[in-house]
Write a protein that binds this ligand. Structure first.
Ligand SMILES: Nc1nc2c(ncn2[C@@H]2O[C@H](COP(=O)(O)O)[C@@H](O)[C@H]2O)c(=O)[nH]1
Ligand SMILES: [Zn+2]
Length: 462
């Protein structure tokens, strides 16, 4: 697998040395920064992320919200270890009781942290009940829990600054491809790391790569897909010759951010290691382009037929691509009340793109036309043709996938099967376009590259 060989080679090997003697942080980071100059900060955002202005997603006012949010959030947690053989709803109730009981006994910060870790280790974690700042702090918890901050010697401040910069480089007004989506993909990966015990097979650096790729995989997504980029001959489509233009852009923004000295969470790696890490992160982000879905699935299938081995770098990379793809389209692994919102948001993004295409005189795909789409039908098809086969293939390496993950997917399948008989999604949550009718969705003209590396200051303290 060429340059990725040493990072990917054999599990649980000490792959990098962070001792003071080998750190060349200053020179190393300066060099990279000089090659990739910083850009102008983006104007401040006017609202609190997706759904921030919607009553439905509001958690309360700013005063005292942290405490109330944490507790209501923990109380509303669902599933987890409890009730793995029960339905999504029954297991949710059981865990809710268990967590409520647990909270009553909480006496200090450490216990609260443990309770939070329990929450984010579950696919039932409800992203809609959190403020953006909380999401950043949850990712910090994941890094601490997996030993990443220790092993890569990342300071609390640097990690926080990097995450805040990443969060600011997702576009708030985009219905689906916003920071909450990136968080969900990351949190699902964190869940999978525990559920499938990936730490037995991968090094801490390899796990870090997975999480970083998830966090960055849709950076600066404009809410207009690759088809639009091509049809409208956007700057991105020209720059990347219509070859996964969005995914290449997400990579470009990710590495613009990492090029800043104070944001480079890989700053303690040697240059060659940084290059190898970058190479893998880029390949994982590029793998999220659904137009190469079959190709990636076939490649993994071939490795399975050869006899999958964690010790073969090319096998490991194929598996990592499947993992990030699973997480990227994993909303249906979550409880229906969470996943339904994502379905509506995805369609709202499609419809918004279709409106724009009509305004610009471009052809509009049928699956994006509000008058033609049958949400339940389409979702059922997506579950059956894309999601289930992908997870089932992952299950060939990790049989644990066949437990609660597949059960949950089959529950969703059943739900949409029933709904598709009634159609047309009357039982789905209110259309997001109606929820957001006060909000004007404005897509900025793409400027390449545009990255925010400033404004990570104390007023945004986590
Ligand atoms: N009909 C559905 N399409 C979905 C769903 N989840 C994801 N998707 C599609 O896949 C891509 C994923 O790639 P991304 O990196 O752009 O997030 C996404 O754009 C959708 O087109 C789903 O639940 N239903
Ligand atoms: Zn995505």
């Amino acid at each position: 697998m060429g340059t990725a060989s040493s990072i990917q080679h054999t599990s649980k090997q000490a792959l990098f040395n962070v001792s003071k003697a080998v750190k060349k942080i200053a020179g190393f980071s300066e060099g990279r920064r000089n090659r990739l100059p910083r850009n102008q900060p983006r104007p401040p955002r006017d609202e609190d992320s997706c759904g921030g202005n919607d009553e439905k997603y509001k958690i309360g006012n700013e005063d005292g919200v942290v405490c109330r949010t944490q507790h209501s959030h923990i109380r509303n947690a669902t599933m987890g270890k409890v009730g793995q053989t029960m339905s999504k709803k029954a297991s949710a109730q059981k865990l809710e009781d268990a967590v409520t009981e647990f909270i009553e006994k909480l006496g200090n910060d450490e216990k609260l942290e443990q309770a939070k870790l329990q929450l984010i280790r579950s696919p039932s974690f409800d992203v809609w009940k959190c403020k953006r700042e909380e999401l950043v702090s949850y990712i910090m918890l994941m890094f601490g829990d997996l030993g990443i901050t220790n092993e890569l010697d990342i300071s609390y401040n640097k990690l926080k600054k990097w995450l805040v910069a990443v969060e600011q480089n997702y576009i708030t007004d985009v219905y689906f491809h916003n920071f909450r989506h990136a968080f969900c993909v990351t949190q699902m990966m964190y869940f999978m790391i525990h559920e499938l015990k990936l730490m037995k097979y991968m090094t801490t650096l390899q796990l870090t790569i997975l999480l970083v790729a998830c966090i960055c995989h849709d950076l600066d997504h404009p809410g207009l897909n690759n088809l639009y980029q091509e049809k409208a001959h956007t700057e991105l489509s020209v720059l990347y010759h219509n070859c996964s233009p969005l995914e290449h852009h997400h990579c470009a923004v990710a590495f613009q951010l990492l090029s800043a000295n104070d944001l480079n969470i890989f700053g303690n790696l040697e240059q060659t290691q940084f290059d190898e890490v970058s190479h893998i992160v880029i390949q994982l982000i590029l793998a999220t382009d659904m137009s190469i879905h079959d190709q990636i699935l076939d490649d993994f299938h071939q490795k399975l037929e050869e006899g999958f081995s964690f010790d073969k770098p090319e096998h490991l990379l194929a598996l990592q691509k499947i993992l990030i793809k699973c997480c990227d389209i994993s909303n249906e692994v979550r409880p229906l009340e969470t996943s339904k919102v994502w379905v509506d948001r995805l369609f709202a993004e499609f419809f918004s793109q279709a409106d724009r295409e009509r305004r610009e005189g471009l052809p509009v795909e049928v699956f994006m036309q509000q008058t033609k789409v049958k949400k339940a039908n389409d979702q059922l098809a997506f579950i059956r043709k894309i999601i289930l086969p992908l997870f089932e293939r992952l299950g060939r390496v990790f049989p644990d996938v066949n437990g609660r993950i597949l059960r949950s997917l089959h529950e969703s399948e059943l739900f949409y099967e029933r709904l598709s008989h009634d159609e047309i999604g009357q039982l789905l949550t209110d259309d997001v376009t109606q929820q957001n009718n006060k909000k004007h969705v404005t897509f900025r003209k793409l400027e390449i590259p545009k990255v925010v590396v400033s404004d990570c200051s104390s007023e945004r303290a986590i």
